[in-house]
Design a protein around this ligand. Structure first.
Ligand code: F6R
Ligand code: MG
Ligand code: MG
Length: 373
């Protein structure tokens, strides 16, 4: 739509180095090459390619709107090409998240994760994107609640009259494929009642209530529901707008001052502490984790990511900062406590969440040996 800017963050695990650890350089270079060409051809206006653990992340800014088939095709073709390279190099899990063969205009439902937001640019529009590995979109429920509804987190909810009308949350029910919109502060308790169930109810969008300004968008997909079996966690992405009548960048980051537990980690089957890290540490090691999250800040202007004099997008690696050392230390304390419990709940996810793991196969194998009591 003319005059509007769209931010698309599309990610996919196309294969990785040394197990499910990190996306190596040759695959990132395929992302760079394809997105540079798409920029020259006018499909997108600017881009940034990075990785979090084994997920290849394509940030693209353009004027084609959400769910645009050219932009989605670009991401799909790039993931296909990177997966092919991963296969040639015999990297691990080559093509892991590419669950369908045919692309028909929209990448949603085919495996890759998508967060998109079409905005009317404000005079100055700061955006933060978040990308996590070894967890799923419900892991963003807690920080999204804190940012947009918790007056003990976001001073602006109390002090800034332009935020006084509160925010509306769209919540997806991943099990029943339905959604509901709840408004805070009025429906705060109902909102928490739902989104505290992080494996089922997932915050997908947030708007400022007084004028419906879009403020946040997250990827909601369930790879296991697409594939019918466990094929990796969804490793979510989201984007949040900041400042001038919206939460400040610092209010958006403060929920990450402390680590908290998310579903995922080893074999997508454990509670694990989330570790905020800079891009240099965005790789999973210990027990295939701990789950990592990266936050990148930038400005969107005239349909592009604001760039420097050489035309390079200016990106702030927000968790690459000593202010998050405390959360990183806590992550390791919680990790050590949880790993001492091995495969005993609550270190391991509950049986309902294990539906799409190898646990059903074990139950199937043992089913004839159970005797009535
Ligand atoms: C979690 C994840 C890893 C793998 C684990 C086993 O999302 O990707 O923890 O589940 O390394 O992987 P496979 O079965 O490929 O050996
Ligand atoms: Mg993987
Ligand atoms: Mg991953």
């Amino acid at each position: 739509m003319a005059g509007k800017t769209t931010i698309s963050l599309i990610k996919c695990d196309v294969g990785s180095l040394a197990g499910h650890h990190v996306v190596p350089k040759p695959l990132l270079e395929i992302g760079e090459k394809n997105l540079e060409r798409a920029k020259e051809n006018g499909i997108i206006n600017s881009y940034y390619v990075f990785n979090v653990g084994d997920d290849l992340e394509l940030l693209m800014v353009h004027e084609r709107g959400e769910s645009n088939s050219d932009v989605h095709q670009l991401a799909w073709d790039t993931f296909q090409e990177a997966a092919k390279k991963a296969m040639e190099l015999k990297l691990y899990g080559a093509g892991q998240d590419l669950l369908k063969n045919a692309f028909s205009g929209n990448i949603r439902g085919l495996g890759p994760g998508v967060a998109e937001m079409e905005i009317d640019e404000r005079k100055s529009d700061p955006i933060i994107i978040f990308a996590a590995d070894k967890t799923s979109a419900g892991g963003f429920n807690l920080p999204l609640f804190r940012i947009f509804a918790d007056p003990m987190n976001t001073a602006g909810l109390v002090i800034d009259p332009s935020m006084a009308g509160g925010f509306k949350f769209e919540v997806m029910d991943a099990k029943e494929s339905q959604s509901i919109v709840l408004k805070c502060p009025e429906e705060m308790y109902e909102l928490i009642a739902l989104i505290g169930t992080v494996e089922r109810y997932i915050v997908s969008r947030v708007w400022r209530a007084r004028d419906e300004l879009i403020c946040a968008s997250s990827s909601v997909s369930r790879l296991s529901l697409i594939a019918g079996k466990y094929v990796g966690k969804d490793d979510p992405v989201m984007m949040v707008r900041a400042q001038h009548g919206l939460p400040a960048v610092g209010e958006i980051l403060v929920p990450f001052m402390h680590s908290y537990l998310v579903a995922g980690w080893m074999r997508g089957s454990h509670w694990g502490p989330l570790m905020p890290v800079g891009i240099k540490d965005a790789r999973c090691t210990l027990f295939d984790g701990p789950p990592r999250i990266v936050a990148l800040g930038f400005q969107v202007a005239d349909g592009k990511i604001t760039s420097d004099d050489e035309g390079k997008p200016m990106i702030a690696d927000l968790f690459d900062d000593p202010a998050f050392d405390l959360a990183r230390r806590e992550t390791m304390q919680y990790a050590s406590m949880l790993r001492r419990m091995g495969e005993f709940e609550p270190a391991r996810l509950s049986v309902e969440s294990m539906e799409y793991t190898t646990l059903p196969q074990i139950l199937e194998k043992l089913k004839d040996r159970f005797k009535p009591v």
